[in-house]
Write a protein that binds this ligand. Structure first.
Ligand SMILES: Nc1nc2c(ncn2[C@@H]2O[C@H](COP(=O)(O)OP(=O)(O)OP(=O)(O)O)[C@@H](O)[C@H]2O)c(=O)[nH]1
Length: 352
């Protein structure tokens, strides 16, 4: 851990870590925060697991200034790119006074523990930023399955870590479960974390006073949970804890196709895919160009079998290449099969 910081927490820029499994509602929360209040200038750091960053397009439409959104794409902030996180925050130190708060949206597969350890063990970061809270989004529909998922020996279950290390848990997507299911999920969550307040919500809509500016992060609680949180292995500058983050089971498959997709063909392809592979497909998302829809962009969002599909907030611009981008995240993904299937949905020779 860094030496006790000489700077008082009030003088530091509040930093919120938004965690939660793939598709739980993190980006929805960020967008809600950005649209619900305009009095605070918030810098958002997005770390996405997918090979192609779709969220950037979904969030940037709500930013007052594009410079307030920083992307960290080439890996997961909890393991391969912890150095990038330190550099990103280091780069923000000079201009941090411009912001009222910084929010990090972690990837849905991130273990928050090493992120906390990295931030708290860097003196410069700790002198300038104070972790305000770790907020976890948990999907009422899928969190149970994710918490119960068996991992290889020694590997962390990311969903369990996310719930365990949080100060506030937003039990989202309550519209998709029954009251009895909700009660059972609350009990499951309580077994893992009996400190954090659990707030039920839909579309991540929550009283912002309950999650921003609450100063509820407690490093002692984190150390109780993981006594080797700040352990460094030989040759490593950063804390590595004792746990293994095994991402070998999950892959991301990003596919870009140029042209105009046929609406019915694409719908049939997705419906068949989700029918047969819903359990393995943690997440799918895309920004799409369809034939016969003018300049309207479309957004596709899938979480296991759950699909949201509709017009995007932005339009295709004049002269912009009509490139549809789709990302699948899951187990045993066959890139060749998925690419061929999507290419076969293009309308040959279409120009609009
Ligand atoms: N039915 C329902 N859908 C929701 C709710 N909240 C979010 N969604 C939808 O769930 C999907 C995933 O939401 P995101 O906010 O992108 O989830 P995320 O956690 O950022 O996902 P990743 O960045 O992939 O980890 C989107 O289609 C949302 O519109 C909710 O309360 N109910």
């Amino acid at each position: 851990m860094a030496e006790q910081s000489s700077t008082k927490d009030e003088a530091k820029t509040p930093f919120t870590i938004i965690t939660g499994f793939l598709g739980a509602g993190k980006t929805t929360l960020i967008n809600y925060i950005l649209t619900e209040q305009r009095d605070k200038r918030i810098c958002v750091i997005e770390n996405e697991f997918g090979e192609i960053n779709i969220d950037e397009k979904l969030v940037s439409a709500n930013m007052a200034s594009k410079e307030d959104l920083i992307q960290m794409d080439n890996g997961c902030a909890c393991c391969s790119i912890r150095g990038d996180l330190v550099r990103t925050l280091g780069g923000l130190v000079e201009k941090r006074q411009q912001f009222d708060a910084v929010m990090l949206e972690t990837t849905g597969l991130a273990d928050p523990a090493p992120i906390i350890a990295t931030l708290k063990s860097n003196q410069w970061i700790d002198d300038n930023f104070a972790i305000d809270a770790v907020v976890c989004l948990a999907s009422a529909k899928h969190v149970k399955a994710h918490l119960e998922e068996q991992k290889p020996d020694g590997a962390v279950n990311e969903a369990v870590q996310q719930v365990a290390f949080s100060d506030k848990i937003l039990l989202n997507k309550v519209d998709l479960v029954t009251p009895d299911e909700l009660t059972a999920i609350r009990k499951d969550i309580r077994k893992i974390n009996h400190f954090a307040e659990v707030i039920e919500c839909e579309r991540s809509r929550v009283d912002l006073k309950k999650i921003i500016g609450i100063n509820s992060f407690d490093i002692e609680k984190c150390i109780d949970l993981d006594p080797v949180l700040f352990k460094k292995t030989e040759g490593s500058e950063e804390p590595t804890s004792g746990k293994v983050h095994d991402l070998s089971m999950v892959s991301s498959c990003g596919i870009s196709v140029e042209g105009f997709l046929d609406v019915p063909k694409f719908n049939i392809f997705m419906a068949e895919l989700l029918q047969t592979r819903a359990a393995d497909l943690y997440r799918s998302k895309g920004v799409l160009s369809f034939a016969g829809q003018g300049d309207q962009k479309f957004v596709f969002q899938g979480v296991h079998e759950q699909i949201d599909f509709g017009p995007a907030q932005t339009q295709w611009q004049k002269g912009e290449r009509r490139v549809s981008k789709i990302v699948f995240i899951g187990r045993n993904l066959d890139r060749k099969f998925l690419t061929e299937k999507i290419e076969s949905c293009l309308v040959p020779g279409a120009t609009e």
